[in-house]
Design a protein. Structure first.
Length: 90
């Protein structure tokens, strides 16, 4: 083999590896792990991460709603609110 052929093969392999690394970073496809034999299903961890993120979002939403309820309860139980309500009824 000539020097140019070997150089082109090395450059081609490096380009494929860099493209796979970019896809891993951009889309979380786990291609490099799959090439190295570290994972069985490259999409399984992605689904698990999405599920955990969904649960965390729901928990945060519940926490925010509880805080809103507490604020509303404080407003309703204030004496100034009751006085304002009586004035508006008149």
């Amino acid at each position: 083999m000539s020097g140019i052929t070997i150089t082109l093969m090395i450059v081609g392999c490096c380009s494929i590896y860099l493209a796979a690394a970019w896809l891993d970073t951009k889309h979380d496809w786990k291609l490099i792990d799959w090439f190295n034999g570290n994972t069985q299903n490259p999409f399984k961890t992605n689904k698990e991460q999405q599920f955990k993120a969904t649960i965390n979002n729901k928990e945060q939403e519940i926490k925010d709603l509880k805080e809103r309820i507490q604020v509303l309860e404080k407003i309703v139980t204030e004496p100034a609110y009751e006085l304002n309500k009586k004035i508006n009824n008149l």
